[in-house]
Design a protein around this ligand. Sequence first.
Ligand code: SF4
Ligand code: SF4
Length: 421
Amino acid sequence: MPTVFNWQLGREMSYPYEGGHPKRQFAFVFNLNRCIGCQTCTMACKSTWTFSKGQEFMWWNNVETKPYGGYPQWWDVKILKLLEEANGEPQRWDVAQRDEKKPYGVYQGNTIFEAAEKHIGPEPQRVLGYLPSDEEWRAPNIYEDNSTGYEGGKLGLSKEGASLPEHKTWFFYLARICNHCSYPACLAACPRQAIYKRPEDGIVLIDQQRCRGYRKCVAACPYKKAMYRPSTRVSEKCIACYPRIEGKDPESGGRPMETRCMAACIGQIRLQGLVKMNPDGTWAEDRYNPIYYLVKVAKVALPLYPQLGTAPNGFYMPPRWVPRRYLAQMFGPGADEAITKYLTPDRELVAVLQLFRKTNRIIFRYAIEEGPKVYETERNGKPFTLYNDTIIGYGEDGTELIRTQVEEPVHVRPAQHLNSI
Ligand code: SF4
Ligand code: SF4
C-alpha cells in the first residue's frame, strides 16, 4: 500500500491511494462550549437536502448528546473497540516529538487503514469498519440530555426512572457533519471508484451514476457519514453545500458562502472556511485565516478522533467541563492545552472568537484594530485583561465582510410606561 503523510498523526501512514491534495480545503471549527443542542443546524440541512422518499433516516448533520448518544447508535464506541482490539491497547501518542509539523506528537498505534492491512479473514478489507444495523440509525439524538447511565428498556428508556448523582454528572452536545477528510475512508473503500475529492476545495462527493450501493463506504467511514438510500439503492452523503461554497447561491452575490448548517447556527458555535494546502497535505501558512489561526496558532481547535487516520477537516474546541481523559480519547493529546488556552484567552483569541456567525460569507482573512482597555481581572489564577478591540473579516477578494467589536453595544430603550418591554 502507498504511504502518505498525515500531519494530525505526525507520521507517514498506509493509505490505498497515493496522496493527492486540493489547492484549498473545506474546513470548519465548532466551539462545543457553546452548543445548546437546539438542532437548528440539523433541520437546516434536512430541509435543504434530505427531505425526500428514502431519506427519512438520513441526517447529514446531526447533534448527539455525549457520552451516551450517537447517530448511528454507538458509532464511536464500536469503531474505537475494533481499533483497540486490532492494536491490542488504547491509543498511544509520543508527545515528546511535538513540533510545528507534528502539533500533537506522533501516534504510535495503527489507523483504520493499517489495521485493515493486518486483518486476517476470508474477505480482504481496505478499511477497518462495520455496517450499522437499521435499528442503530433510528434516532439522530438518542439519549438526549442523559447525563448518567442506567439499565434501559428496548428504546434505552428506564421504566423505573433514574436519579442523577449530583455534581458527578456531565454531558455535552457533539455537532457532526462529514469531515471531508484528507484521507477519506469512504473513498478508500469504494470498489467502484465512485467517490472523489474535488481538487478545488477538497469536498468529498459520491458520483450517483457510478455508485451501485455496495455500502462499502457506509461500513468504512468511521464517522458514519456516508449513508445508504433504499429508494434509489445508492449511497449519499453531505455535499458541503457546494453550490454555496462556489458562490452560486442566489443570495451570495458571487462570493463563497458558508454551508446551511453553519449559517443557521443559533448558538454561534460554527465557523467555516477554506484553508490553503501544501502539495504534501499539510496546511500552507496563512496566519490571518481564522481557521488556520484557531487550529495551528492558538491550537484551541482539535480534530475528532485523529487516531482513526482519515485526517478529518472538522475541528472542535473541547467542552471545558468534561473529564480530560474522555476528551483526550476523543480529541487526542492536544485537549489539555486547548482548554487551558480557552479558559484564559489572549487578546487575539478573544477577538477572533467574535467572528463566529457574524456573517454567512466565508472569511479568508482577519485584521484587528486595537481598542481601549475595558477591565483587568484574574482568571484561573492568571492575569486577564479585556480590550474592546475591533475585528474585521475580509472575503476572498479582500472586500470587508464584517466589522465587529469585543464589547457588544448595549441599547437602552426609553421606558414608555410602567410595563414597557
Ligand atoms: S467523514 Fe466519512 S464520509 Fe466524510 S469524507 Fe470522511 S470518511 Fe468520507
Ligand atoms: S444550531 Fe448550533 S447551537 Fe444549535 S445544535 Fe446546531 S451546532 Fe448546536
